[in-house]
Design a protein around this ligand. Structure first.
Ligand code: ARG
Length: 592
């Protein structure tokens, strides 16, 4: 593995050196290098610097220019406007840098300067309940971040903070005690994968519905259910065993969804709210002792001056309810202590719906006051709501919550149509069509989510998601497959190879410069935890590639060196697309 400095980084260094020579007092100043429309790069830093040194920006810029030799790297550098520098690179430097990238398995992308331990809390469905589109977003975004940060060299700990604790489990377990066959399998439907997941979920749905009906209509049952929560949180063995059955049944369903979505989550990552049960009492005592939490109307509460209700009264974070039970906030506090103290996290990320922003603000602030969480370590990464094409929160036509599996089935079915349609001469077998449809359909759902900036609401529109044109995963997968087909058709003996001595056409330069920006893009994603920047980069890459492909014949380029050089650009584009898509959790089949 050998990291390759980007062209921009190399130019940055040259400019900084020239600046330090021209104005020793300005050593370390940032030349502020940006991509430019007029040249390859533009440096704007001379303006602010001249102002600070009370000099003339154009003069300063001219001095910097005279300190830079035109040569292997820089073809042209000129002062423009009030004191910008326009910089054009040599074709040779572009190709040589790309060749160095191609020599490296990681395409020259360095690992993070200071890798750390990052805990990512994502997916987090609730036991005994169907997953909904909000859980889909969390799963897809969290998984992409886990892949990207792992690639950057961080130690990533995935935490699937499932909702497996709380009052409704008293109801479910009590019902199971009174109706012991409720979860029994109805024979012959064991199945595997998706089928088993759906069967498990339908048993759980029935259990949930039946126990809820009884709970709402029968006061005596309600009482017994309440008593059962106490047994559960107190660790009664029979109660725990039944609770475990419900959790296990849910795991069959969750794992079927994760399998289908092709995400990294495993049983080891599943550390639900229940895992912190034993910590809750000592934790609440500690908070009370230190005065971070106080008793109010029997409950143990944490108050914040800037969190108030409509009546102007302060709304607390409740650590322990008046009846002695613990809720969602307590388990989150315990989870933070565990992540900081036991896991030694350098950052903790929460991929959770934007509507929980206040909850996390209060939890983080409480943990900070308690001395468990330094400033700037925990980040809530909020995401917006999934909307239907009518612009309202995504529901079925009858107003029900959309079942995730149905949605994925439909996406794959649509994708199958697209794959079949494209395969006019019938080269693909049915099994191949099914496999591609899965990769295209699931990729489409993931990409639609990942290409929208996290915090925005987004419209779930399958027609658009599987469209072959526009900013979709299918478009990127086709770009990749098309390149593979060109590479396969290369004549015997002609291999992709960079020829830095060749002049580059404008479309080749543009493609080359964009290829070189891959590492910087990943830096940006890791800094802000925004995978959509990677999606946007890949889409622009495919667009640059198609402009190149339209204006620069590859196999029919004429001389052998040009063919080899263009094949090289094709191959590096394909490898960048493949790596980038894999970091988003999306497959790039070789043939489509
Ligand atoms: N289970 C919760 C829900 O479905 C989300 C949990 C988010 N993670 C956390 N650490 N609180 O809304």
């Amino acid at each position: 593995m050998s990291p390759v400095p980007s062209l921009a980084a190399t130019v940055h260094q040259r400019l900084a050196d020239a600046l330090a020579v021209a104005r020793p007092e300005a050593a370390g100043a940032d030349p502020l290098l940006r991509p430019s429309d007029r040249a390859d790069l533009q440096a704007n830093g001379m303006l602010a610097l001249a102002k600070r040194l009370k000099g003339n920006p154009r003069e300063l810029a001219a001095e910097v220019v005279s300190g830079i030799e035109a040569g292997d790297l820089i073809k042209e550098i000129e002062v423009s406007g009030p004191g910008f520098l326009n910089i054009t690179l040599t074709d040779r430097a572009i190709l040589a840098t790309l060749a160095a990238r191609a020599d490296d398995e990681r395409l020259g992308v360095p690992t993070a300067e200071t890798p750390g331990t990052v805990v990512i809390d994502y997916s987090q469905p609730n036991v005994a309940k169907e997953m909904h589109v909000g859980h889909l977003r969390s799963t897809v975004i969290g998984d992409a971040l886990a892949r990207i940060l792992t690639f950057r060299g961080d130690t990533v700990v995935r935490r699937n903070h499932v909702g497996d604790w709380g009052t409704q489990f008293g109801m479910l377990v009590q019902y199971l005690i009174e109706h012991p066959h409720e979860l029994d399998h109805e024979g012959g439907e064991a199945g595997e994968g998706g089928k088993a997941g759906e069967a498990a979920m339908s048993r759980l749905n029935r259990l949930y519905r039946d126990s809820r009906t009884l709970f709402d209509s029968d006061e005596a049952f309600k009482e017994r259910a309440r008593g059962r929560v106490v047994e559960l949180q107190g660790g009664d063995a029979e109660t725990l065993a039944l609770w475990q059955r419900i959790v296990d049944e849910s795991k069959i369903y969750f794992n079927a969804v994760y399998d289908r979505l092709d995400v990294l989550l495993t049983d080891e990552d599943l550390v639900g709210e229940s895992a912190y049960n034993d910590d809750l009492t000592p934790l609440s005592e500690e908070l009370e002792r230190s005065g971070v939490a106080v008793r109010s109307a029997g409950a143990l509460c944490v108050f914040f001056d800037d969190v108030r209700g409509a009546d102007g009264e302060r709304v607390p974070l409740i650590v322990r309810k008046a009846d002695g039970s613990f809720g969602y906030a307590a388990t989150d506090l315990a989870a933070i202590r565990d992540r900081m103290g036991t896991l030694g996290a350098d950052s903790v990320l929460y991929v959770v719906d934007a509507r929980q922003a206040l909850h996390f603000r209060m939890v983080f602030e409480t943990a900070r006051r308690a001395g468990w969480l330094p400033e700037g370590v925990a980040h809530h990464l909020p995401f917006g709501t999934v909307l239907g094409t009518d612009g309202k929160p995504f529901k079925t036509r009858s107003g029900d919550v959309v079942r995730l599996m149905d949605l994925l089935d439909e996406a794959v079915a649509r994708a199958a149509e697209v794959v079949r349609e494209k395969d006019r001469d019938g080269r693909l077998s049915e099994a191949e069509i099914a496999e591609r449809a899965e990769q295209v359909g699931i990729g489409a759902v993931k990409y639609a989510d990942l290409s929208t900036s996290r915090a925005r609401d987004y419209v779930f529109d399958l027609d658009r998601m599987v469209s072959l044109s526009g900013d979709t995963s299918v478009y990127l997968q086709y770009a990749y497959a098309r390149i593979q087909s060109i590479l396969r058709r290369a004549p015997e003996g002609t291999r992709a190879a960079a020829h830095p001595e060749l002049p580059l056409a404008p479309a080749e330069r543009a493609l080359g410069l964009h290829l070189d920006a891959f590492a910087a893009t990943l830096d940006g994603v890791a800094e802000t935890y925004e995978p959509h920047k990677l999606a946007a980069y890949l889409y622009a890459l495919a667009t640059h590639y198609s402009a190149f492909y339209e204006t620069c014949p590859v196999l029919a380029a004429g001389d052998e060196a040009t063919v080899a050089n263009r094949l090289f650009l094709c191959e590096l584009t394909a490898r960048t697309l493949r790596l980038g898509m894999s970091l988003l959790g999306i497959h790039t089949p070789d043939r489509l």
